[in-house]
Ligand binder design. Structure first.
Ligand code: PLP
Length: 767
């Protein structure tokens, strides 16, 4: 059992009598606090309910609450305040031990049933001895810690305490090896001993095995399955990249058809290269700001899917014309969340296995904002046996709290189920035989943080912060607009309706509570121009409030560029100079992700930086002052220029080069597939390829995916023909190549290309 001896424990004591010294009550509570401190428990003192609540919210290292019921006036008002404090605590933490302290004689009225059930134990301050009370608190702490630790973490704590001598790998032996050299010592001390003590080889039977999902590690995966609502969950230590390849390896055989979201991560391309599957693509729309939207439901109907398969020249060689697998990215990087329930029902008519790649979306299950918009909805047992098998993959490290590389695969079996024994062979092929236990533990902790009421409380905090930030930007924008000045606009509905009352509000004025709890405020409704995806049915897609993008002026509602505008590449460079790193930048939008790690201070700084940008841009401040790094990288190119000068040149290039036009064209259609991604990949590895520069690339078959960032979606996939010299794909690459040349320091990343002297080349099949 974990015990308060091994984990430092901290108790919050809320009692007004802590202030005095002379009264009996004061001496009594002082004696209780002293007794606890003698037992090694840290005690934080609080004199009022308000202060107590502030402590509880800000300090998650408080493990127990002692609350004086007769604090203050000891009347209805003070009891209401105490009840409120308990309710707020329980919304976040069901398990923390709470002791209500009262003096039997001073109790003014009966305690309500609610209060009795919110608290765990009662202390009669004048009757129980301080030593006895301290022991009861300690026992409660032990039980609390024991329940707090999920299975693997508990096994690790126990194992760590046993301090075995090992004669197996890893060779650093609990960190000892590092201490034998100066640099090793620095490393050891920087990370701290615990990391090394818990980094053990797989011979430790007491901890179980990741590859066979046994022992405490297996229990930890079962625990995650309960939290995330799956039949089975697999803890993965090589990212959702490995999770995706695992699922694809298990589901797809050579020459079998896989329905793939074209808006897919690189790992899906790798999954195709591993399996030899024939991809048939579902395509997403794109709006005027360059945001890739959801796949339209019309593309998911059996008729549309059959037509896509019939039109695909490779599918004729397929073993069967029925797809064996489909994958949809949900939500997208920009925060487009599907009506997953309807998507599953639609796709399920054509395919038995549906994979939702929810790499950025592991929190969806824990907040009602996302109801019906994620894969593992409701209870695992509610999944119909005759429904399709559903997989979800979560990068626990992205927007839940875990270490990099962690991911979960969640499975609900149905039609087309692959039993664990077979699935695990695919799992093992993507895994190391020497897992780092700290990663397994962090995956489990990420799940445990979402368990119980804390999941909703924590996700709600993130949504609330993102909404506060969006409203603040909208208010600043409105204030400046009234003075005829420009500012950034948050990308969300400019007006929302309260469905309960029918009242319509400007976004900036809407009650925060409405925005925080009413999904319809975030749905992309048809006929609203702000989102630019007009043909979507109502409810098909919701914008995730925590994926916060600001739009810069210049893009008009008709999709044409205004004469003047502000290129967001410039905004991002400016923010970078101020130590702010956005998660993605398109020509007209900058995206910021809110997560549990984002604080008020952090987004306040962001808004200040956006205001600073506006000030410096309007004043055309010299680049030497505001973008010294950019200037230093290309002094001749940018000599003597100001911020607005550079912005104007970029804007003129966006208009003249028609970057937006070619980007839209490149994603509006699909190149012709000539061979499968696997055949192309094998040719690449066999060296049967040539590195072809852009001006000679016409009509060649590429062997790597070519993926411009943003949006991070392939324009051509391995095995596809890149088309004519004046076609969409080569023209778009030419515009990007020219942009990089015209604006040193602002090149867009184009994965799959190799750049030399400003020329993009791609590995193509030998002609
Ligand atoms: C990031 C990402 C992945 C890969 O996840 P890692 O945990 O980085 O390996 C897979 N799919 C999507 C959609 C992603 O955004």
């Amino acid at each position: 059992m974990a015990s308060s001896n091994s984990i430092p424990s901290r108790v919050l004591c809320v009692d007004g009598d802590l202030a005095g010294e002379s009264s009996t009550a004061s001496r009594r509570i002082r004696a209780i606090v002293d007794a606890l401190r003698e037992h090694g428990v840290e005690v934080i003192e609080s004199l009022s309910y308000e202060d107590g609540l502030a402590n509880l919210v800000s300090d998650t290292a408080i493990h127990c609450l002692l609350l004086d019921w007769s604090l203050g006036a000891n009347d209805e008002g003070s009891h209401a305040a105490a009840t409120d404090l308990l309710r707020k605590l329980r919304k976040r933490n069901e398990a923390m031990p709470v002791f209500l302290m009262a003096d039997r004689k001073a109790l003014s009225g009966p305690m309500t049933v609610e209060v009795a059930s919110l608290a765990d134990e009662f202390i009669w301050t004048l009757e129980d001895s301080p030593a006895f009370i301290a022991r009861r608190v300690e026992a409660a702490l032990d039980r609390y810690f024991d329940g707090l630790l999920p299975p693997f973490a508990r096994a690790l704590v126990n194992y760590n305490r046993d301090a075995e001598y090992s004669w197996a790998a890893p060779g650093h032996q609990g960190g000892v090896a590092f201490t034998k050299s100066p640099i090793g010592r620095l490393f050891h001390d920087a990370y701290g001993e615990t990391l090394f003590r818990t980094d053990m080889g797989i011979e430790r039977g007491a901890l179980g095995s990741l590859l066979s999902h046994s022992g405490p590690i297996g229990e930890s995966e079962q625990y995650a399955a309960r939290v995330f609502g799956s039949d089975r969950s697999y803890s993965v230590l090589n990212g959702t990249s490995a999770s995706n390849r695992t699922i694809m390896s298990a589901c797809i055989g050579e020459q079998q058809i896989a329905l793939c979201d074209r808006n897919c991560h690189k790992s899906i391309e790798q999954g195709l290269a591993i399996t030899g599957g024939i991809p048939v693509f579902l395509q997403a729309g794109r709006n005027r700001y360059g945001v890739i939207g959801p796949i339209h439901p019309d593309q998911m109907t059996p008729a549309a899917i059959a037509a896509k398969i019939a039109a695909n020249p490779l599918a004729a060689q397929a073993k069967s014309q029925r797809a064996v697998y489909s994958v949809v990215t949900n939500c997208t990087y920009d925060g487009m969340c599907y009506d997953a329930k309807s998507a599953e029902a639609l796709l399920g008519q054509s395919v038995d296995r549906i994979h939702f790649d929810e790499a950025w979306y592991g929190y969806a299950r824990f907040n009602p904002m996302y109801r019906d918009r994620y894969a593992m909805r409701g209870a695992a047992s509610s999944h119909a046996d005759d429904g399709p098998t559903v997989y979800a993959t979560h990068s626990t490290h992205k927007l839940l709290a875990a270490l990099s590389q962690t991911s979960f695969i969640h499975v609900r079996d149905g039609r087309g189920a692959i039993d664990h024994g077979r699935f695990n062979e695919a799992y093992g092929a993507q895994a190391s035989t020497s897992p780092l236990y700290a990663l397994i533990a962090s995956n489990e902790v990420a799940a445990a943080m979402m368990a119980g009421p804390s999941g909703e409380a924590l996700t709600q905090d993130v949504i609330d912060e993102a909404i506060a930030c969006r409203q603040a930007v909208a208010q600043v924008q409105r204030e400046l607009a009234a003075k005829g000045e420009w500012f950034f606009t948050p990308w969300n509905a400019p007006e929302v309706t309260d469905p309960a009352t029918g009242v319509r509000y400007a976004f900036a004025d809407a009650p925060a509570d409405l925005l925080a709890h009413e999904p319809s405020c975030w749905v992309l409704h048809p006929g609203e121009s702000w989102h630019g995806f007009d043909a979507l049915p109502d409810g098909w897609c919701l914008l995730d409030p925590i994926k916060f993008a600001v739009v810069a002026p210049g893009m008009q509602a008709d999709g044409q560029l205004a004469e003047q505008g502000i290129p967001c590449d410039l905004v991002t460079a400016y923010l970078g100079q101020h130590g702010i790193v956005p998660s993605r930048t398109t020509a007209h939008m900058v995206l910021f992700l809110f997560s549990m790690g984002v604080t008020k201070g952090k987004w306040g700084t962001l808004i200040n930086a956006l205001l600073d940008f506006k000030r410096d841009y309007d004043a055309n401040k010299p680049l030497a002052e505001v973008l010294p790094r950019v200037l230093a990288a290309a002094p001749a190119r940018y000599a003597g220029m100001g911020l607005k000068d550079l912005g104007d040149q970029m804007w003129a290039e966006l208009r003249a080069g028609r970057m937006g036009h070619w980007e839209a064209e490149a994603y509006a259609q699909l190149p012709k597939p000539v061979c499968t991604p696997r055949v192309a990949f094998q040719a690449l590895m066999a060296g049967e390829v040539e590195l072809v520069p852009l001006n000679e690339m016409a009509n060649r078959v590429v062997t790597v995916g070519v993926i411009p960032y943003p949006p991070g979606i392939p324009i051509v996939m391995p095995g596809e023909n890149i088309g004519p010299a004046d076609g969409a794909w080569i023209s778009y690459l030419r515009v990007l190549q020219h942009w990089a040349e015209a604006f040193p320091g602002f090149a867009k990343e184009v994965e799959g290309t190799i750049e030399k002297d400003g020329v993009y080349s791609v590995y193509c099949l030998k002609s």
